[in-house]
Design a binder for this molecule. Structure first.
Ligand SMILES: [Zn+2]
Length: 404
């Protein structure tokens, strides 16, 4: 398939003509298009479990059956029975490693978060919604240029178990295509919206080369509830402080869930980062968290260093190529606010350092954003990246210097 590669320097914004090459923002792609039919034909459907499509008010997360008997036995349906597959990623194997993830962008507030991360000299994984790149391609490119890791969060942010097989393919592949068109990178990691994944969805994603990333139990920041006013900034900080208090007892590291879609969620991201680092957590993107030296499907890394840079931007080299498989575990049915109250109030109320950022005390005054998804290159001795699939991508590679 010929790629309509869009050279990054052309991206102040995507023109209307360029946007027409893609499905519409926040809408399920047409499964009858030649592109989707081609993608569907590349799947070995004999390997995909015949699990019923869940009922849902799309794009919302499906309602779970009232009792667990309603969940098909072989579904391993994370959102409804807490089941985690062996190759799902929900923790960082190494103690104190902190998989930093931001979902649902890019948005107009993402640059403010990027500034904070750059100041802190840390990288995270951005699980991007493909259709939102239509408006903010330059933000996606900036994420890559500043060493962050890009994962997919589908095209329109629908609950995956409620989609047909063809719709699942279309949601992932269209998102993959727009990221590739803008950056030259073929993504490898994805996070299903709402964490809504079962074995049917997993197998389809696997066949397209994807690793499924959830997040660690009790480490959903619940920042997505702030715009709905069902939680306050202070509660988010208090819950996170409680989660941090459990770190010494953990066998491995954690993966947090945050969002860069709303002004309110970006407002709390800086203080949360400061709190975690102060407690000794080492923030990093997901590829580093699982020690994956190949963060993209089309990346090749020349690793000339035996040691990891102290403050790497991007993905550090690794001795072990993949994370240790995890035993199936029970994860929370629904992301919940941690119920415990800390014994005492935070001694230091975290404040956003960025002068452009609203104080959390102003949260009561900030109206809910209108977007309807509330539930939801630095110098390096380590190596460099070369993209294998496209000569045009190699042109980009030469213009963007990554560090690993
Ligand atoms: Zn999401």
């Amino acid at each position: 398939m010929a790629s309509s590669f869009l050279f990054p320097s052309a991206f102040a914004a995507m023109s209307k003509e360029q946007q027409k090459q893609y499905p519409k923002k926040d809408e399920l792609p047409d499964v009858n298009s030649p592109m989707v039919k081609q993608w569907v034909s590349e799947i070995d459907w004999s390997k995909v479990p015949n699990i019923p499509v869940a009922k849902a008010d799309i794009p919302n997360c499906p309602d779970c059956p009232k009792n667990k008997k309603g969940v098909p036995k072989d579904a391993c349906w994370w959102t409804c029975d807490g089941c985690v597959a062996k190759d799902d990623i929900e923790v960082c194997p190494r103690q104190n490693a902190w998989g930093l993830t931001y979902d649902d962008g890019p948005s107009e507030d993402t640059p403010r978060l990027l500034k904070k991360l750059q100041t802190a000299n840390v990288t995270g994984t951005f699980f991007v919604v493909g259709s939102r790149i239509l408006e903010y391609p330059e933000t996606l490119l900036r994420e890559v240029q500043e060493g962050h890791h890009i994962g997919l969060h589908t095209w329109s942010h629908a609950g995956m178990t409620s989609l047909t097989n063809e719709q699942i393919v279309a949601e992932i592949k269209w998102a993959e295509k727009i990221v590739f068109d803008v950056t030259g990178l073929k993504t490898k990691y994805w996070r299903p919206p709402y964490g809504d994944v079962d074995n049917r969805v997993r197998e389809i994603a696997r066949q397209m080369g994807y690793v499924t990333v959830i997040w660690t139990k009790e480490w959903d920041s619940n920042d997505w509830q702030i715009p709905d006013k069902t939680i306050t900034n202070k509660e988010v900080f208090r819950n996170f402080k409680w989660a941090l208090s459990t770190v010494p007892k953990l066998k491995g590291g954690v993966i947090t869930l945050e969002h860069d879609l709303f002004v309110q969620t970006v407002n709390v991201a800086g203080p949360l980062l400061d709190m975690g680092m102060k407690q000794g957590l080492e923030p990093m993107d997901i590829a580093r968290c699982v020690n994956d030296p190949h963060p993209y499907q089309n990346s090749l890394i020349e690793n000339k260093s035996e040691t990891q840079p102290k403050k790497p931007l991007g993905v550090a080299p690794a001795k072990k190529p993949v994370a240790a498989p995890q035993e199936p575990k029970i994860a929370p049915q629904e992301p919940k606010v941690v119920p415990q109250e800390p014994e005492d109030a935070p001694q230091e109320e975290p404040m956003e350092e960025d002068e452009e950022t609203e104080s959390e005390d102003q949260d009561e005054e900030i109206n809910s954003a209108s977007v309807g998804h509330s539930k939801s290159a630095s110098k390096s001795s380590a190596g460099r990246i070369a993209w294998a699939t496209s000569s045009l991508a190699l042109v980009v590679a030469s213009s963007i210097v990554f560090s690993f």
